[in-house]
Design a protein around this ligand. Structure first.
Ligand code: F6P
Length: 320
């Protein structure tokens, strides 16, 4: 019987479990033996894996996190580590590997694919949505909804106390999450790494809003600078009461949204179909509402474009 593997690597994202479920059930449907590799690349370095049955993925579509566990593995970036991974992978899953993970996972997958005979299919999963080649990654939509749920509550306190809140959201070095969250939450100011901003300009904008609105929310990407320093500057240079709320890891957890489950299920199904059709070293992508593939090294070679127009729209429709 042909043998394939599935692995989750890098930061977890809501919908990874739904994707594992789709990969496992599709593989079994096409009569593959399917192995779940544990703790990301570490599982391939240490031969930590187990065969998965249909019942192993029962009831996980609605669960956040990943039943396979995940790890950021620096060894996967060394030649020695890569060789060890390849050696074990060729024994465990000679007919294919499905890698569910973020930007770094796609890069590592490509490095492994250059050294190995096993066909690899990447599935983009990250709350950051920073992977070039796909409009959306698994988990992005859920993270937006989680942040919105939190900001709607923060808005209540901001309004009652007539305070300004700086809400810091994740996204690593990019502003996709902050931009979408900012637009959908009605934030008065959105700060992202891709657009230059200054503390002084933020202060002037807040002052222009002050008398007209009872609460003000600044959504700030973690990669855009220090939210604490900005709060400090605003407090010292005005009478505005400023508070910082860092949403942090709650954005990575929780039950996946419809969008995340949908994407996860389609990607999982398509990834196994690609292996069955002898395709190799591709990444699944969702472009203009349909399934596509791009070469596995696409994310390493391209920088994903951010739709700056969204920022302009958000700025106009947030008032005063
Ligand atoms: O890539 C997902 C992400 O949550 C980023 O938004 C964040 O910068 C980073 O991971 C945090 O990484 P770690 O899990 O290693 O703390």
């Amino acid at each position: 019987m042909r043998k394939i593997g599935v692995i989750t690597t890098g930061g977890d994202a809501p919908g990874m479990n739904a994707c594992i479920r789709a990969v496992v059930r599709t593989a079994l449907y096409f009569n593959y033996r399917i192995y779940g590799i544990k703790r990301g690349w570490w599982g391939l370095l240490e031969n930590d894996f187990s065969e998965l049955k249909s019942s192993d993925v029962s009831g996980i579509i609605s669960k956040g996190g990943t039943i396979l566990k995940t790890l950021r593995c620096p060894l996967s970036r060394t030649e020695k580590g890569l060789r060890q991974i390849v050696k074990n992978l060729e024994k465990i899953a000679p007919d294919g590997l499905v890698v569910i993970g973020g930007d770094g996972s796609m890069r590592a997958s490509f490095e492994i694919s250059k050294r190995c005979s096993v066909p690899i299919i990447g599935i983009p999963a990250s709350i950051d949505n920073d992977i070039a080649g796909t409009d959306e990654t698994i988990g992005f939509d859920t993270a937006i909804n989680t942040a919105l749920y939190a900001i709607d509550k923060i808005r209540d306190t901001a309004t009652s106390h007539e305070r300004v809140f700086i809400v810091e959201v994740m996204g690593r070095a990019r502003g996709f999450l902050a931009l979408n969250v900012g637009l959908a939450s009605g934030a008065e100011i959105i700060l992202i790494p891709e657009i230059r901003w200054s503390k002084k300009k933020v202060l002037n904008k807040l002052l222009s809003f002050e008398k007209k609105k009872s609460s003000l929310i600044i959504v700030m990407a973690e990669g855009a600078g220090s939210s604490d320093e900005l709060a400090d500057f605003l407090s010292k240079n005005s009478k505005i009461k400023v508070r910082v709320s860092k949403l942090g890891y709650i954005q990575r957890g929780g039950s996946p949204s419809v969008d995340s489950r949908f994407l996860a299920s389609i990607f999982g199904w398509e990834a196994v179909n690609l292996l069955k059709n002898k395709k190799k070293n591709l990444m699944c992508a969702w472009v203009k509402d349909s399934f596509r593939t791009v070469p596995l090294n696409w994310p390493a070679k391209h920088r994903k474009k951010l739709h700056e127009k969204l920022l302009k729209i958000a700025n106009i429709i947030s008032g005063p």
